[in-house]
Design a binder for this molecule. Structure first.
Ligand SMILES: NC(=O)c1ccc[n+]([C@@H]2O[C@H](COP(=O)([O-])OP(=O)(O)OC[C@H]3O[C@@H](n4cnc5c(N)ncnc54)[C@H](O)[C@@H]3O)[C@@H](O)[C@H]2O)c1
Ligand SMILES: O=C(O)[C@H](O)CO
Length: 325
C-alpha cells in the first residue's frame, strides 16, 4: 500500500506526478483556518509531510502517530522542534545549496537598494517629484570599495562575500563560529569578533540561522556599536534581531538605513513603523523566491522525502540522530 504524504505547499505538475507515482497525496492548498483544519484531519494517517512556513510543534505532531519524515522546503529549520522529532525518530530534511546563490543575490539587491536609495527615489519619480536634477539631499552612498561585514559565514555568507569581493572590490570582515581559512584566501576576508565587525563594517549583513543562541543577538547594545553611516541588512531570520531596538536605532540616526527581508512577525504588520521610514527597504521574505530556485527547492524536498519513505538516508538529513537503520 502506498504511504500517505500530506503536502502543505503546491508542487509543479511534474513534481506532483513524481510524488503521486510513489505515494498517496493529500494537498492542502492554503494554510488558512480551513486549510489548518484539513491538516489536522489528515495528520492521523500521514506518513510524511512536505511544505514550509508552518510552525510544526508537538501539539500538531502528536496528531500524527505514524509520521516518518518531514521534508521542509527551506534551508532554515527554526520552525521545527528538532529534539522532539529526533526523540520520535521522525526524519527532518531541508533544502540547502540550491537556494544559496539566489538568496545572496537578494542580499546584494538590498545592499544596493538601501545604499543608493533605489526604492525611495523610484517612488519619488513615480509620484511626479522629479522636477529638476536631484541634489545632495537625494544622494546615496557608494557600495564599491566599502567594507562588507558578514555575520554567519556559511553557504549564503560565502556567496555574499564572493559578490562583494569580486564584483564590488569590497574588503570583507566576517564573524562566525570559527575562522574559515579557505574563505580568507578566496575573498581576502578577515575574521573578527562580533563587536569589531559591528564597529567597522559599512554593511552589516546577517546570514546566520535562528537558534537558541542567535535569538535576539542583534539587540540595542549591538546597534549602539554601529556607526551612523552603517547600513544593516537582514536576510536570515527576523527573530535574530530585536526589532524594537532596530526601530530605535533607525529613528535616532544610529544607523543610516536597513534592508530587511525577514521580520519578527511575518507577514509584516502594514502599520509597522518600519514602513514609514524612507531609509528602510522591506521585502516579503523573498530571499529564494525565483521560479527556478523555488522549483529546485521543491525538487530537492521531494527527493529527500521519497528517499526517506523508501528507507534510504535522505541527502539533506537535519537530524541524523533520528536515523536508526
Ligand atoms: N531570506 C530568505 O529567504 C532566506 C533564504 C535562505 C536562507 N535564509 C536563512 O539563512 C540562514 C543561513 O543559511 P545557510 O544555507 O547559509 O546556512 P549555513 O548553515 O551554511 O550558514 C550559517 C552560518 O552561520 C554560522 N553561525 C551559526 N550560529 C552562529 C552564531 N551564534 N554566531 C556566529 N555564527 C553562527 C554557522 O557557523 C554557519 O557558518 C538559514 O538558516 C535561514 O534562516 C533566509
Ligand atoms: O530558510 C529558507 O529556505 C528561506 O527562508 C525560505 O523559506
Amino acid at each position: 500500500m502506498k504511504k500517505h504524504v500530506v503536502l502543505y505547499k503546491k508542487l509543479s505538475a511534474q513534481l506532483m506526478d513524481r510524488l503521486q507515482a510513489q505515494a498517496q497525496v493529500t494537498l492542502i492548498e492554503r494554510l488558512d483556518a480551513p486549510g489548518l483544519a484539513q491538516l489536522r484531519d489528515a495528520l492521523p494517517s500521514a506518513h510524511a509531510l512536505l511544505g514550509a512556513s508552518l510552525k510544526l510543534d508537538a501539539s500538531l505532531l502528536d496528531l500524527a502517530p505514524n509520521l516518518e519524515a518531514i521534508a521542509s522546503v527551506s534551508v532554515g529549520v527554526d520552525n521545527y522542534d528538532i529534539d522532539y522529532l529526533t526523540e520520535r525518530r521522525i526524519l527532518l530534511t531541508n533544502t540547502p545549496d540550491v537556494l544559496t546563490e539566489t538568496t545572496a543575490d537578494t542580499g546584494f539587491a538590498l545592499i544596493l537598494a538601501t545604499a543608493r536609495r533605489v526604492v525611495e527615489l523610484a517612488n519619488l519619480v513615480r509620484a511626479g517629484g522629479w522636477q529638476q536634477s536631484i541634489g545632495p539631499r537625494h544622494f546615496g552612498s557608494d557600495v564599491h570599495g566599502k567594507t562588507l561585514g558578514i555575520v554567519g559565514m556559511g553557504r549564503i555568507g560565502e556567496a555574499l562575500a564572493q559578490r562583494g569581493h569580486f564584483g564590488f572590490g569590497m574588503p570583507v570582515l566576517y564573524h562566525s563560529h570559527s575562522p574559515k581559512p579557505a574563505v580568507e584566501q578566496r575573498f581576502g576576508a578577515r575574521y573578527c569578533d562580533l563587536d569589531t565587525l559591528l564597529q567597522q563594517a559599512d554593511f552589516i549583513c546577517l546570514t546566520l540561522p535562528l537558534t537558541a543562541e542567535t535569538k535576539g543577538l542583534i539587540d540595542a547594545r549591538a546597534f549602539a556599536q554601529m556607526r551612523p553611516e552603517s547600513i544593516f541588512i537582514n536576510i536570515s531570520r527576523g527573530k535574530v534581531v530585536d526589532e524594537t531596538a532596530m526601530i530605535d536605532a533607525l529613528r535616532h540616526g544610529q544607523i543610516r538605513g536597513a534592508g530587511l527581508d525577514v521580520f519578527e512577525r511575518e507577514p509584516l504588520d502594514p502599520d509597522s513603523p518600519l514602513l514609514q521610514m524612507d531609509n528602510v527597504v522591506a521585502t516579503p521574505h523573498m530571499g529564494s523566491a525565483t521560479h527556478e530556485t523555488r522549483e529546485a527547492m521543491a525538487r530537492c524536498a521531494v527527493e529527500n522525502l521519497l528517499a526517506a519513505l523508501a528507507g534510504e538516508r535522505p541527502a539533506n538529513l537535519v537530524n541524523p540522530g533520528a536515523w536508526t537503520l
